[in-house]
Write a protein that binds this ligand. Structure first.
Ligand code: SR1
Ligand code: MG
Length: 424
């Protein structure tokens, strides 16, 4: 592993006796300030530190600590057993540490594409990392109609460089199995299995949230569609049983920081060994959701057309660049003797693309009817417009799932979207 400099204080030398941080408790801002002073050797001067909780996710607490004199800053991420959202679930508290180790792995496989890690603490279940305030969360930027022509190139480099080296194609098979074991992630996978692969297709837990004006449409097109349920069942069992690569597991636009030239991927707490297409599909689906937001909210026709075509181009480029980089790296680095057989690489990639299309459909649908929504949809104030775009995305999503073996190039995805948006 690429050893990053650790800013962990040697507390045995610097402190005598016990510390209140020797046993886990859920920290608040004032505790974090004290924690940073006692445990981290990061700030030259700790007399002017300020701490603020800035997390807006469903699960964890995120603190920003700034030295108000020098403006030097860091982020401390901390987990509790309870989720912040109303789910009532209890989650494994060590998930933050696993996440931190994945970020370190990203910095090894794809340097510069994840925040720097300063230290982690397996007792307090927290870790300190680079403050990325100079970047914007990609979902927020997209909601402001900003687009990024470098995104497709960067995200495909990230995905190919972090996913492929963890597969049996490249990695020694015994090493890979050890990684599979280390990254069994029952609590977080259970969330995805329920929220992505089950509830949206029958409201089995009664937790779906559907607009009144969408109820009949959702009943007919999702809950009553037996063929769809069968295909989603196949994708669900593939998600649970196809230990292909070490996934990020929740690679949506809220897990990506972006600026004018690069990206930083964060929050891989859903990481586990699963099908590569799940990550690729999540990225693409969240661009479709951003497209939906632009479609429903941008008033000026030229601006709207320009935003939508830029998102479409990103989707096309992601699929096509991913294929290209994936095959090149596969051919260069394949170690398995049989995976070197002529035609194996294309067969393997076809499987990844099929899983990708299925995952695009699943993520789009669950973000519209499920409990864990995204602002791209919920912030559309005009209900008529929201209904219109929800229908377009659900129908496109269904087609991605049902005909997933037909999506082999970027433009295939866009053609489906255009087919349904022209009907409206
Ligand atoms: C209870 S967690 C809900 C959602 O938030 C995460 O980011 C995942 O996407 C999960 O499905
Ligand atoms: Mg997250």
């Amino acid at each position: 592993m690429n050893e990053e400099k650790s800013y962990k204080k040697n507390t045995l030398d610097s402190k005598e006796g016990s510390s209140r941080f020797d046993e886990y408790f859920l920290m608040e801002e004032k505790d974090v300030l004290e924690y940073v002073k006692e445990k981290l050797d990061f700030f030259d001067d700790t007399t002017s530190l300020k701490c603020k909780e800035i997390g807006d996710g469903n699960l964890n607490y995120v603190f920003k600590i700034v030295d108000t004199k020098s403006s030097k800053s860091l982020i401390l991420k901390h987990s509790s057993e309870d989720t912040r959202a109303k789910s009532g679930r209890k989650l494994n508290i060590d998930r933050n540490i696993l996440e931190c180790k994945i970020l370190q792995l990203y910095n090894k496989y794809c340097p510069g594409f994840a925040p720097k890690i300063y230290m982690y603490d397996e007792i307090m279940n927290c870790y300190a990392m680079e403050d990325l305030s100079q970047y914007t969360i990609m979902r927020t930027a997209l909601l402001e109609n900003k687009t990024f022509s470098h995104f497709a190139d960067n995200i495909t480099t990230f995905m190919v460089n972090t996913l492929l080296p963890t597969t049996d194609v490249i990695l020694n098979h015994k090493e890979k199995k050890k990684l599979v074991k280390r990254h069994i992630n029952p609590d977080l996978c259970d969330i995805s299995e329920q929220l992505v692969f089950t509830d949206p297709f029958g409201n089995f837990s009664g937790e779906n949230v559907v607009l009144n004006s969408m109820e009949d449409f959702v009943q007919k097109n999702l809950y009553d569609d037996k063929k769809l349920r069968l295909e989603v069942g196949k994708l669900k069992f593939n998600f649970m049983n196809n230990a292909q690569a070490l996934l990020h597991g929740d690679l949506h636009t809220g897990s990506i920081f972006i600026n004018e030239s690069d990206i930083k991927v964060i929050d891989p707490e859903f990481a586990f060994y699963g099908p590569i297409g799940y990550d690729v599909g999540n990225v693409i689906a969240n661009l479709f959701l951003a497209w939906g937001h632009g479609y429903a909210t941008i008033q000026n026709e030229d601006e709207r057309a320009s935003y939508l075509s830029s998102i479409e181009q990103s989707i096309i480029d992601i699929v096509d660049m991913f294929k290209d980089k994936f095959i090149k790296k596969f051919r260069k680095e394949v170690t398995d003797l049989l995976a070197k057989s002529e035609g194996f690489d294309s067969w393997y990639l076809r499987g990844v693309l099929e899983d990708t299309a299925g995952s695009v459909g699943l993520e789009m649908i669950r973000r519209i009817v499920g409990d864990a929504k995204v602002q791209d949809i919920t912030s559309i104030e005009d209900e008529e417009k929201r209904v219109e775009i929800e229908k377009i995305l659900i129908l496109s999503g269904k087609e991605f799932i049902l005909n997933r073996n037909k999506y082999i190039s970027g433009k295939d995805f866009i053609e489906t979207l255009q087919k349904y948006s022209k009907c409206n």
